[in-house]
Design a binder for this molecule. Structure first.
Ligand SMILES: NC(=O)c1ccc[n+]([C@@H]2O[C@H](COP(=O)([O-])OP(=O)(O)OC[C@H]3O[C@@H](n4cnc5c(N)ncnc54)[C@H](OP(=O)(O)O)[C@@H]3O)[C@@H](O)[C@H]2O)c1
Length: 260
């Protein structure tokens, strides 16, 4: 009797932070992996770690802000069915909108929004055709509030959150599920890369990326619609934000995101 092939998971943003932990967790769950990121060295280290779990790991290096890199990543999968698609790659940028570097702002749109939609559009049809697949979208608690001093980032997460919830409806009954992972502040490179280390948010308590990844992968494999992760405080903020007026949330966000 031949052993059935292991399921395949493709993870973007796999070189660090939440994506790296998600990749490791999926490897422990017995998935072969296609790992994508821009940083070759970080990606190779992540691949060594997941490969140590006894699964096959392929690395695809590319700047996903470019549509051609997204197409190359989708093509790297070849004919293999993708069972799990994790859309994690993302960056933020802090500061008042009119003072932000225009290239930094457009990077958020190109990576967090454009590449996410592009890769999903290339890989989802195959999943629907096979009537099998699980998609994890890295949204954020930021999707639940306007984000003064991080305006474009919060808007990008509102975009992917709305898009994921629409796909959940469109794909119901197809065998393909879409799960939105909504973390609060997580202890990764995110704040340094976004220039937000000096903000209250940057200095405040953060969740362990491994805990966030565990919650995300559990929700993904269970086919849940969304999960706030990982600490109880994040779940409380998610619940409270559902009823707070947007104007109040904007003032609160400004306080935590403003550089001190
Ligand atoms: N940390 C938080 O507080 C938090 C909270 C809620 C949601 N999130 C979301 O979680 C996701 C992962 O963030 P993280 O916190 O784990 O931060 P991170 O450690 O900085 O990870 C970001 C990942 O995205 C990849 N990436 C960045 N620019 C890229 C590009 N141009 N092309 C391809 N890949 C690129 C990075 O790869 P390279 O290093 O190779 O560039 C890295 O693997 C993001 O979508 C973020 O918005 C984070």
């Amino acid at each position: 009797m031949t052993t059935p092939p292991r399921p395949l998971a493709l993870v973007t943003g796999a070189s660090s932070g939440i994506g790296r932990e998600i990749a490791d967790r999926l490897a422990r769950e017995g998935h072969d992996l296609v790992l994508a990121a821009e940083d070759e060295v970080g990606l190779a280290a992540a691949a060594r770690r997941t490969g140590g779990r006894g699964v096959d790991v392929e690395q695809v290096v590319g700047d996903l802000r470019n549509g051609s890199a997204v197409e190359e990543l989708a093509a790297a999968v070849g004919d293999r069915p993708v069972d799990v698609l994790v859309l994690d790659a993302g960056v933020g940028v802090g500061g008042p909108f009119v003072e932000q570097d225009v290239a930094d702002v457009l990077s958020v749109v190109d990576l967090d929004v454009r590449s996410t939609v592009h890769l999903a559009r290339l890989l989802l049809p195959g999943m629907v055709e096979r009537a099998r697949g699980r998609v994890l979208v890295l949204s954020s608690i930021a999707a639940t509030m306007p984000g003064p001093h991080q305006a474009v980032y919060n808007a990008s997460k509102s975009f992917v959150q709305s898009w994921a919830e629409a796909l959940q409806r469109e794909l119901s009954g197809t065998g393909v599920t879409v799960t939105s992972l909504m973390p609060g502040p997580v202890d990764t490179d995110f704040f340094a890369r976004a220039g937000l280390v000096g903000s209250l948010m940057g200095k405040g308590p953060k969740d362990d990326p491994a805990d966030v990844a565990r919650a995300g992968v559990e929700a993904l494999l269970a086919g849940k619609r969304k999960v706030y992760a990982a600490s109880p405080l994040v779940k409380v903020v998610g619940g409270v934000n559902a009823v707070l007026p947007d104007g109040v949330k904007a003032v609160l966000h400004e306080q935590v995101a403003k550089l001190r």
